[in-house]
Design a protein around this ligand. Structure first.
Ligand code: FE2
Length: 304
């Protein structure tokens, strides 16, 4: 029938142990396999040793063998070599240097969150304190939502993901990037031009804006240097966000309330330009968000 979600990612980092400890604090649960799990999406993060931090693999869920076959045929039409198994197809995308696997996977069924918000003239929570103020357990991300990677070949990467794998374009930023989806989420992937392939951030869904605040506060209380950018609300995709940094330098985002495109016919992609392309409100964008502090050093190491 279709692609329906991100299944998992593999991130390479020079030192696995401190990064694994960070994502456990972030709210993921270590599994017996050595991977880290989200509450709803299961074992979605694998960390492996690598000379420099980067996204090594991205796995995408499809419903059935016909979907996998369609992706394999589309990649072949683009002249891209791919490995086939009965239930998967895998190829390395050149611009991002990421191994992309489309595999048959079960769809996610997520239990709903009943939000009871009091608004002007609209009291949904009469005679009750807000449940969010009473939470004291750890924040548990529900699923991996999206990844953002740098590419040395923007047109080639977009061709691979859109014409090859079958991502849909939700919105674009003029001359810069396209927000791509393989599910009903507004975006699951964004590729942006970069001097070399690197992982900008991964993003993890939490229940609501309170969980974003609680999660980020707990991480920053232990180490203020983890703060990158937040709290704010993106304009494209509408989600609340807070970006933090793992010990290897990868950004990890808590997000909530992302736009969902359930009927393709009812969504009109917009080409954005200017300040709104980054956010509707929040603190000023730090320069280190746009160009991470370690980019120059990673580039120097590459050339060395
Ligand atoms: Fe994001």
């Amino acid at each position: 029938m279709a692609l329906h979600r991100l299944v998992s990612i593999t991130i390479g980092v020079p030192q696995v142990a401190p990064v694994a400890a960070y994502y456990e604090e972030f709210g993921l649960t270590p599994a017996a396999s050595g991977r880290l799990a989200t509450a709803d999406g299961g074992e979605q993060l694998q960390l492996v040793p690598a000379p420099r931090r980067r996204l090594l693999e991205l796995r995408i869920g499809a419903d059935d063998a016909d979907d996998v076959g369609r992706v394999a045929a589309a990649l072949a039409r683009l002249g891209i070599d791919a490995e086939r198994t009965p239930d998967s197809v895998a190829a390395v995308e050149g611009g991002t240097d990421v191994r992309v696997v489309v595999q048959i996977a079960p769809r996610l069924a997520q239990a709903g969150v009943a939000a009871a918000l009091n608004g002007p003239g609209d009291v949904r929570r009469a005679n009750q304190r807000a449940a969010a103020t009473l939470r004291d357990g750890p924040v548990r991300p529900r699923k991996l939502g999206h990844v953002v990677v740098g590419t040395t070949d923007l047109a080639g990467s977009q061709r691979f993901f859109v014409d090859g794998v079958g991502f849909k374009v939700s919105d674009t930023v003029k001359g810069l990037a396209a927000f791509l989806r393989c599910s009903t989420d507004h975006h699951n992937l964004l590729v942006q031009p970069a001097p070399f392939a690197f992982l900008h951030h991964t993003s993890w869904q939490v229940d609501d804006v309170d969980e974003i605040g609680r999660g980020a506060q707990a991480l920053i209380e232990k180490d203020p240097a983890r703060h990158v950018w937040g709290l704010g609300r993106h304009h494209i995709g509408s989600n609340y966000f807070w970006y933090l940094k793992d010990p290897a330098g990868n950004f990890s985002e808590y997000y909530a309330d992302l736009d969902c495109i359930v009927d393709d016919e009812l969504w009109t992609p917009v080409e954005f330009d200017g300040p709104k392309s980054l956010y509707s409100w929040g603190p000023p964008v730090p320069a280190s968000f746009l160009a991470p502090d370690d980019l120059v050093e990673m580039m120097r190491q590459r050339h060395a």
